[in-house]
Design a protein. Structure first.
Length: 127
């Protein structure tokens, strides 16, 4: 039971700063080729901006990605962007929760860690 309390306190400690802040915390990465690795940077969005994830497509191929903050009015738009002579179609999807523009791998890993910690805490409490 004590371990479960520690897990709850840890989550509370991680979430409280973003809940007290008026501005949204999001991940940032510049426009990169999909295969390129980039360490995501936490950024604080200006007021009235949301987190976004962008997908740049060349035909049927998803070739580019980006993350950051964007004005609400610009969300869900599609733009053509020219990089090194190639035109990509960039589509933007916004979300309004802290860190909601993380990649699915990070979300899955975080969920896996949480489930593991809770399971260990429950098993340790029942021994």
């Amino acid at each position: 039971m004590l371990q479960l309390l520690h897990v709850a306190v840890l989550w509370f400690y991680l979430l409280i700063p973003s809940l007290l802040c008026d501005n949204l915390l999001c991940y940032y990465s510049p426009i990169l080729e999909r295969e390129k690795k980039f360490e995501l940077i936490v950024t604080e969005c200006p007021p009235d901006e949301l987190c976004f994830k962008a997908d740049g497509r060349y035909g049927n191929h998803s070739a580019l990605s980006a993350r950051g903050c964007m004005a609400k009015k610009d969300c869900s738009q599609v733009h053509n962007i020219r990089i090194k002579g190639t035109v990509y179609v960039m589509s933007y999807a916004c979300c309004d929760r802290p860190y909601c523009n993380s990649c699915p791998v990070v979300t899955a890993r975080l969920l896996s860690i949480t489930v593991t910690l809770v399971t260990v805490a429950v098993m340790a409490g029942s021994l």
